[in-house]
Design a protein around this ligand. Structure first.
Ligand code: SF4
Ligand code: SF4
Length: 386
């Protein structure tokens, strides 16, 4: 039976987080089970792009600081690593993201080492799914003695939810990520790539920063939600099953988690998950907003009626008033569907991966219905559904 520790953790006050982490780890076996004096421990954060820690888009720097302090206190060598999505002027913005998030400062102050996955070498693996012949993953994931995954609790405009399972996508260095979006634009297929990464890397622990979550149109353009939670597990799927339940979602609602279940990444039945910590049952986050696309994905359950309104899909549209012409979306679009000069999207080429929406740091890529009737109908539908 998989264990998930769910803790109340209301602030980013470092001592308080350290205390909660220590208590939580004790429930899954204690720190000695995972690290020794001298262990090289990699903290795989969620550093989606150059966002500050208060945005709710990245693993909070104080959350990471707390864990660095605990591990340094145990005599470990601590690394902080990830590769950000998208591209600015032809390169992934990971170095800038480390600075903007405050993680570079944390590393400097606490004696940790930053591992920029775009510049730290690669290891070539043969993916189990066979979707591609080989996959290049960030070398630090294999050089560390222990890897701890530090996902953020967030919605995702394309994948509905993102947590411990999906957070490994950053193990693909730099601009190679776009190739995988192109190869598998459908979230269920994308889940095969995510599962391949989990199977190739050995991750000992998953500790989710669910203190300030992101709701609505995550993973970067949503709004913050004070969830006040920390989740700990050795099983990424079990952790996400519990986190999803807090958002009133099931594994069935999240295609990547369905694929993770199929690929045997962990436990996805709540009755087979031992919930520990501060809760006997999974609490629901009241009023938490899901992405607009969630209702579109649910519509598959309503057969013929829904086919009639299948044209209600939301599409990315660039708001020129908000656009700063940074061209991140243009460079990151896996099928080159965005015109650099006009910022008009060619919907015949668009594969609806939502990378442009995910990676625009200025919230200038909106998800809009095709027409006002569609918008109104979907609003009504969503209202009825919830
Ligand atoms: S839409 Fe966003 S990502 Fe694209 S050019 Fe404008 S500001 Fe940059
Ligand atoms: S336009 Fe946006 S949603 Fe469409 S393929 Fe390009 S990045 Fe993906």
């Amino acid at each position: 039976m998989s264990k998930v520790v769910l803790l109340d953790c209301k602030t980013y006050e470092v001592e308080s987080i350290m205390d909660k982490m220590d208590k939580g780890i004790e429930l899954v076996g204690g720190w000695d089970k995972y690290v020794n004096q001298g262990s090289k421990v990699l903290l795989k954060v969620n550093l989606i792009g150059p966002k500050d820690s208060e945005s709710g888009a990245v693993t909070h720097s104080e959350f990471v600081r707390a864990l660095v302090r605990i591990l340094k206190g145990k005599g470990c060598e601590v690394w902080i690593g990830d590769s950000s999505g998208g591209a600015i002027a032809g390169i992934a913005p990971t170095a800038g993201s480390m600075k903007k998030s405050g993680l570079e400062k944390v590393a400097l102050e606490e004696g940790a080492v930053i591992k920029n996955f775009d510049a730290g070498g690669i290891v070539t693996v043969v993916p189990e799914s066979g979707l591609v012949k080989e996959m290049h993953l960030a070398k630090p994931m294999f050089e560390a003695d222990v890897v701890i995954n530090l996902p953020k609790l967030k919605t995702h405009s394309a994948a509905i939810y993102t947590g411990a399972v999906k957070n490994v996508f950053g193990c693909i260095p730099g601009l190679k990520k776009a190739d995988f979006h192109k190869l598998a634009p459908n979230p269920a297929d994308f889940g095969e790539i995510i599962a391949d990464i989990h199977k190739a890397c050995k991750i000992s622990l998953h500790i989710m920063d669910g203190i300030t979550a992101m709701q609505g149109e995550g993973p970067t353009a949503g709004k913050t939600y004070q969830a006040g939670k920390m989740l700990i597990s050795e099983d990424p799927l079990a952790l996400d099953t519990v986190a999803a339940k807090m958002l009133k979602l099931t594994v069935e609602d999240v295609p990547i988690l369905k694929t993770a279940r199929k690929r045997g990444l962990g436990e996805s039945e709540l009755k087979n998950i031992k919930l520990m910590g501060d809760f006997d049952t999974v609490p629901v986050l009241t009023g938490f907003m899901l992405p607009k696309r969630f209702s579109s994905s649910k519509k598959q359950n309503y057969g013929a009626v829904i086919k009639v309104i299948d044209f209600l899909k939301s599409r990315p549209v660039i708001d020129k008033k908000l656009c700063k012409n940074c061209n991140t979306c243009v460079e990151s679009c896996p099928v080159k569907a965005i015109d650099k000069a006009t910022k008009v999207i060619n919907y015949n080429a668009c594969i609806e991966c939502m990378c442009c929406h995910e990676l625009c740091m200025y919230k200038a890529v909106k998800l809009k219905k095709d027409n006002w009737i569609a918008g109104a109908m979907m609003k009504l539908y969503r209202g009825n559904y919830r």
